[in-house]
Design a protein around this ligand. Structure first.
Ligand code: MG
Length: 309
């Protein structure tokens, strides 16, 4: 039976973290702070601000503490920080983070390549992080990376995602976010995966995190809407998609493109597209390359010009 398409969605703006983390140019701390502040003004209820990863692993995020402390925090907005392990959690909590994101991979090879931990070890870390977060009064959203396909193992079947998701909910994750980390999914993959996962938890406990590596991200958003999902991650300008970083480096679905799509199909989101464009125009110089968002490139919504005569 077809699900009802939601009337309203919630977007997590991940540009400051997933976007900037993948950018080659070193972005000054004050520029990151201003970028987050501009995004706060655009109306997002959720913004993923930074990652408390080891500075040697991701130098771009070395100023996570400073950035998190310096951003203006609008009441009611949830400012999320990614923590890769329990050590990162201590730093995050010390910086005042109340919304934690963690990740576990759906494939063994990716988990080992990315963090040098097996899936099982990574779930043990997730257990520690969720327990300590709960004690500190922080909430947890949990990503499953490579939920559709893995660069080492190829397609990832829903049967492998299911037990990881099950564990993450058992540990107390408020929401499980399915990451198409390398951007391989198509709409059929989305519906196939959700056929298996939706019996586990209702639609509002899942988030979708699409990368646009093969141009499928918006199509996958539509497929997600059509199975009743309403939580999406996106990045302003399509950040993270550095065209010079080689294959596999595409960014998240661009926020501007997502908003334009949602407006077109009549789904509410409560984000101001023009203000997102403003944030993207602000960050473009710092990243030092063109942004990939199509709506950004087109200059925003349709505006008319005098007809030639
Ligand atoms: Mg990502």
């Amino acid at each position: 039976m077809a699900a009802q398409r939601p009337r309203r969605v919630r977007i997590v703006e991940v540009g400051p973290r997933d976007g900037l983390q993948n950018e080659a140019a070193a972005i000054p701390t004050n520029v990151k702070v201003r970028f987050v502040d501009l995004l706060s003004e655009a109306g997002f209820n959720w913004i993923e601000v930074t990652s408390f990863v080891h500075p040697r692993a991701v130098p771009q995020m070395a100023d996570a503490d400073e950035v998190f402390r310096a951003i203006g925090k609008k009441p009611g907005v949830r400012y999320v920080a990614l923590v890769p392990n329990p050590r990162g959690l201590d730093r995050a909590l010390a910086a005042g983070v109340e919304d934690i994101a963690l990740f576990v991979a759906a494939s063994e090879s990716f988990s080992r390549a990315n963090i040098n931990r097996s899936i099982e070890q990574s779930l043990e870390d997730a257990h520690q992080v969720t327990t300590a977060s709960r004690l500190a009064g922080a909430r947890v959203r949990a990503y499953i990376s490579v939920a559709f396909g893995c660069p080492y193992e190829g397609p990832v079947s829903p049967a492998r995602v299911l037990p990881v998701a099950e564990r993450l909910f058992e540990l107390g994750a408020e929401e499980v976010v399915l990451g198409d980390t390398i951007g391989v999914a198509t709409p059929s993959d989305v519906s196939r995966l959700m056929d298996v996962l939706l019996p586990l938890a209702p639609a509002d406990r899942w988030g979708m995190h699409f990368h646009d590596t093969r141009g499928m991200a918006l199509a996958n958003v539509m497929a997600s809407l059509d199975v009743g999902l309403s939580h999406f991650d996106s990045s302003a300008g399509g950040l993270g998609g550095c065209p010079f970083a080689g294959p596999g480096a595409a960014g998240n679905v661009a926020t501007e493109d997502l908003l334009y799509l949602l407006d077109g199909v009549g789904v509410e989101h409560r984000v101001d597209l023009d203000r997102v464009l403003e944030a993207s125009r602000f960050i473009v110089d710092a990243v030092g390359h063109p942004l990939t968002s199509k709506v950004y490139q087109a200059g925003g919504r349709l505006t008319t010009i005098p007809a030639p005569r």
